[in-house]
Structure formats: structure tokens, C-alpha cells
Ligand binder design. Structure first.
Ligand code: SF4
Length: 347
């Protein structure tokens, strides 16, 4: 049997922990599911209940192995492209968003679509369209090949140039230096993105900034919490999948904040005993696509190694929620209305 970790009261945001002897865990808050991931996962579950299995999902609904496997068991089928979805079926688009051409392909195949793109990604798509309509060159800071970047770039392929970090800035060319704007992927490192922006501003002094942050609240809050614990931690364990951009960034942020060592694990089974040599304080956090059950597994594993004392390091409160995709809300409302009408008729 594993010992149950015992959380202690939260540390005041921004303060350093008093030096303490003995093994302990610093548990980041917030961590795990963000509003966009929560909405996308619930959307697949509701779609399965509403329409029955299978429901096809283009790409992993969120970047987490456990979530994908759990939804597969319930009847979701994950595909890479819409042409793998049988004609007339339902296909859901993932939280990372898709290019307009993907909507067109789905329509051409007669597929019913549910768009689970996170509203904060949709916001970046709209900014891209608006600046492209005003004929700006758009410098999109993001990671090459990431689904979100592919989706956003597809909104204005003739106007968008990808900038993959500060080292990429030297290669960037624009048509008119007075008409350039930067946008970004939602899940980047805040600090590295600002480094890239600074380098771009040096090269293009007239560079316009987006009206509000593109890096989302969840990414920022999780990085802030890790920064607060990083300097105190000998080891930071980030729960998340390797293809999860925001999870990978948390490992980098932990190391940047002073953690001696930091690792990404999908689940407790991937924890390596060799990491604990001389380790007293272990920081734990999780990416925005990670269900809490996986963090519980890591805490239980740490408790068996003597790290039972858990202190919460709280960086922010989160209360944001997003409503389900509109196509699903429409069908759920229609079904509720039909049921109500049936009940009235029967009464
Ligand atoms: S990480 Fe941010 S942008 Fe991505 S799904 Fe979550 S809230 Fe939306």
C-alpha cells in the first residue's frame, strides 16, 4: 500500500519557502487541465453520448496519451486527416485548431463537423485574418510543425511567416518594415517569446504587437507556478506527454528557474529511481492537457520514496470555463426540447 501524501497550507504567491530539512514535495497550482482542454475532452464524451460511437477526431483531441486512450476505449477514433473519415460520419476538430482548408475538405466529403478548437486559439486565428486583410506581414512565433501553428498559418498563408525562436530572426524578411505585426502560438515559453519579440523589434523597429497576449492564461499561470518552485527544487517532475508543447516548456522553465534537474513523464511508471540521488525537494506540476489522476499517481509514487510532505505553491486562481462547441450545444438543446415536448404530450 502507498502512503497518502499530506498537503500543507498554500504558500503565499511570490514568497520563497523557508529552508527546511527533510524530503518534501512542492506541488504547483495551477496545474493540469485548462479550460480549453476540459471543454474539448467533455465535447468528445458528450458527442459519444449524443450520437453514439464512433465519433472521429482529427488529430489527438489534446496532446495527452492517457486522455486519447481513455476516449478510444469509449468509442472515439483518432485520425490524422479528414479523408480517413467515412463519408457522412461525424468528425471533431481538436483543441489546437485547423486551417480553413480542413473545414472545406470535410464539407466536400459530407462530414458533419464539431469544432473543439480552443476559443483562445480561435482568437489568434481571427487576429491573423484581420491583419492579413489589412495587408500586414504577420510574423507568427511558434514551433514548426505544431498543429496549432499549421492551423493558424492556414488562415493567411500568403501573409504569415513562422519565426521559430530568437535564432530564426536573422532569416526573417518582410515586404514593408512599417507594416509588420507579430502573433504567437498559445503554448510557448513566455520568456523565450519575449526574447524573440525583442530581437524582431531590433530588426523591425515599427513592429506592431497584438492587442492582447496570445500566450494563454493557462500556459502563463503554469509557468509562473513552476518559476516560484524552481529555485527551491532539487528535482522537478512535469507530468505530460512529449508532444505537449506547454508541458515541454514547463521542463525548460523549471531548469531556467534554478531547478537542479527536471523531467517530463507521462505517468508515474516513467519515474527513474536514479533521479533521486541527494534530492530533498521535488517539485511536481503537470501540463494543461493532463488529468489530475496522473499527478495523483506521481504523488503516490513519491510518497513510497519518502516524499510524503506536500506543500502547495500557488501562483494564481483560475475560474475560466468555456461553453461546449456550438454544433454540440445546438444538438443537445434540440434533443432536450424534443424530450420535453414528448413528456408534455405524454402528460
Ligand atoms: S493551453 Fe491555452 S490555448 Fe491551449 S487549450 Fe488550454 S486554454 Fe486553450
Amino acid at each position: 500500500m502507498t502512503a497518502t501524501p499530506s498537503p500543507t497550507p498554500d504558500r503565499t504567491p511570490g514568497t520563497q519557502a523557508a529552508p527546511r530539512a527533510g524530503k518534501r514535495v512542492l506541488l504547483a497550482a495551477p496545474r493540469g487541465y485548462c479550460a480549453g482542454v476540459d471543454r474539448a475532452v467533455i465535447a468528445v464524451e458528450k458527442a459519444l453520448e449524443q450520437y453514439g460511437a464512433p465519433v472521429y477526431v482529427r488529430h489527438e483531441i489534446v496532446h495527452n496519451k492517457y486522455v486519447v486512450k481513455t476516449l478510444e476505449k469509449k468509442g472515439a477514433i483518432f485520425v490524422e486527416q479528414t479523408d480517413e473519415v467515412p463519408e457522412g460520419s461525424i468528425v471533431m476538430f481538436s483543441a489546437h485548431g485547423v486551417a480553413p482548408t480542413v473545414h472545406e475538405e470535410a464539407a466536400a466529403r459530407g462530414l458533419a463537423t464539431i469544432d473543439a478548437t480552443c476559443p483562445l486559439v480561435t482568437k489568434v486565428h481571427r487576429e491573423a485574418v484581420r491583419y492579413a486583410n489589412e495587408d500586414y506581414d504577420i510574423l507568427l512565433i511558434g514551433h514548426e510543425g505544431h498543429e496549432e501553428v499549421i492551423g493558424t498559418s492556414g488562415e493567411a498563408p500568403d501573409h504569415i511567416t513562422l519565426v521559430d525562436g530568437p535564432d530564426d530572426v536573422a532569416n526573417v524578411e518582410v515586404r514593408d518594415e512599417k507594416k509588420v505585426v507579430w502573433l504567437s502560438q498559445t503554448t510557448l515559453s513566455v520568456d523565450e517569446t519575449m526574447e524573440t519579440v525583442d530581437a524582431l523589434k531590433t530588426k523591425f523597429p515599427g513592429l506592431v504587437s497584438p492587442p492582447s497576449d496570445d500566450i494563454c492564461y493557462a500556459t502563463q499561470n503554469r509557468q509562473t507556478a513552476v518559476k516560484q518552485m524552481g529555485a527551491d527544487a532539487d528535482l522537478v517532475i512535469v507530468v505530460g506527454s512529449k508532444n505537449s508543447s506547454n508541458s515541454v516548456r514547463l521542463v525548460e522553465v523549471a531548469k531556467g528557474a534554478g531547478a537542479r534537474d527536471a523531467h517530463l513523464v507521462d505517468e508515474a511508471a516513467e519515474i527513474d529511481p536514479a533521479w533521486f540521488d541527494g534530492v530533498e525537494t521535488v517539485g511536481v506540476t503537470s501540463g494543461a492537457s493532463v488529468p489530475e489522476v496522473l499527478v495523483d499517481g506521481v504523488l503516490a509514487d513519491l510518497a513510497t520514496r519518502g516524499y510524503e510532505d506536500v506543500e502547495i505553491v500557488k501562483a494564481a486562481e483560475e475560474s475560466i470555463t468555456f461553453s461546449l462547441p456550438k454544433e454540440l450545444r445546438r444538438d443537445l438543446r434540440a434533443e432536450a426540447a424534443a424530450l420535453a415536448a414528448g413528456t408534455r404530450a405524454a402528460g
